[in-house]
Design a protein. Structure first.
Length: 322
């Protein structure tokens, strides 16, 4: 493999390629811009093999089987003729953003351009997939609610005995196509948790949390009432986690493509939830959106099954909760 480009995107890609020991790839080095480069120069410990104008000769000399294009600005710098010749000869030519997405399980918003969303593979939707996902959600929701009922009765009694306030906590969240709904949870905080400071993200060791609430959150037992949200059609088992309207208003102003996560039903669990801990800042929301967009690009029943299995592991170990 050679990387075409020597900027930040190329460095991020090289870092990921060298970090992963499970890849059957050998990074030969970088190919610079159109201008001539000193071949003794090194980037991230790998040599700069030459300028882009020598791409064809470099590929033959190094027996290159894959070229990953990581140019920050391709205008006037992309060796189109050489890449076409090599592509026809069987060399794979790939976009760095797509390769990074496949390696990391997220779409890097700092690297992606709007045109990538337009022309990239994925983001396929069909009414049949939506119907299958809804039927699966409905069946699993009914079975899950019935199976979890004994646990839910015990949790409800403990929540009632520990502190004053409702057993079931209802909170407005933003769902599919921006439509708001009430998410159901077992109350894990004191009844007046937001009386003093208003809406705020949950934080690690949050002082507003009750003793039993800390346990419920650790093992995600507070989410069990959301089987009802799934049965109603307000949520899916797997999808981007729904956020509160006041936070959505703030996040859509600062994070590009944030509203795209509302194109599907929100989930009880999601790819971002199993890959990233609970978020408590705009930066966390930015990072989680990268995983949500990857899920939207690759959404399938098989992907949902993988997320559910990962969620089971998290629930049984208490890993990654806040």
């Amino acid at each position: 493999v050679v990387i075409l480009g020597t900027g930040q995107l190329a460095l991020e890609l090289a870092r990921e390629l060298t970090r992963r020991g499970d890849l059957s790839m050998k990074l030969e080095g970088f190919v610079g811009g159109i201008e001539s480069r000193d071949k003794s120069e090194k980037v991230f410990g790998f040599p700069v093999l030459g300028p882009a104008s020598e791409m064809e000769a470099i590929a033959k000399e190094r027996a290159v089987s894959r070229i990953i294009v990581a140019l920050e600005d391709r205008r006037g710098t992309l060796p189109t003729r050489e890449l076409v010749t090599l592509r026809v000869q069987g060399v794979r030519v790939e976009d760095a953003t797509s390769v990074l997405s496949g390696l990391t399980g997220r779409i890097s918003l700092r690297a992606v351009k709007p045109s990538w969303f337009v022309f990239s593979d994925g983001f396929h939707r069909s009414k049949w997939i939506d119907l299958l996902k809804r039927v699966t959600d409905l069946a699993a929701g009914i079975i899950g609610l019935a199976a979890a009922m004994p646990i839910m009765i015990v949790v409800a009694l403990v929540v009632r005995l520990e502190s004053k306030g409702p057993i079931i906590f209802r909170q407005t969240r933003v769902g599919r196509m921006g439509k708001c709904f009430e998410v159901l949870k077992f109350r894990s905080m004191s009844d007046d948790a937001e009386k003093a400071n208003g809406a705020q993200w949950a934080s690690e060791n949050d002082p507003r949390m009750t003793r039993i609430g800390r346990f419920l959150r650790k093992y995600r037992l507070d989410e069990l009432p959301q089987f009802v949200n799934v049965i109603r059609g307000e949520m899916s088992f797997v999808g981007p986690r729904p956020e509160r309207p006041c936070f959505v208003e703030e996040l859509r102003k600062t994070i590009p493509y944030y509203d795209e996560r509302h194109s599907v039903r929100p989930g009880v669990t999601g790819w971002a939830q199993v890959q990233y801990a609970y978020g408590s800042s705009i930066e966390d929301a930015f990072n989680k959106l990268e995983y949500d967009l990857f899920y939207l690009q690759n959404m399938s029943i098989f992907f949902d099954c993988a997320v559910i299995l990962a969620t089971v592991r998290i629930v049984t170990t208490g890993h990654g909760s806040r």
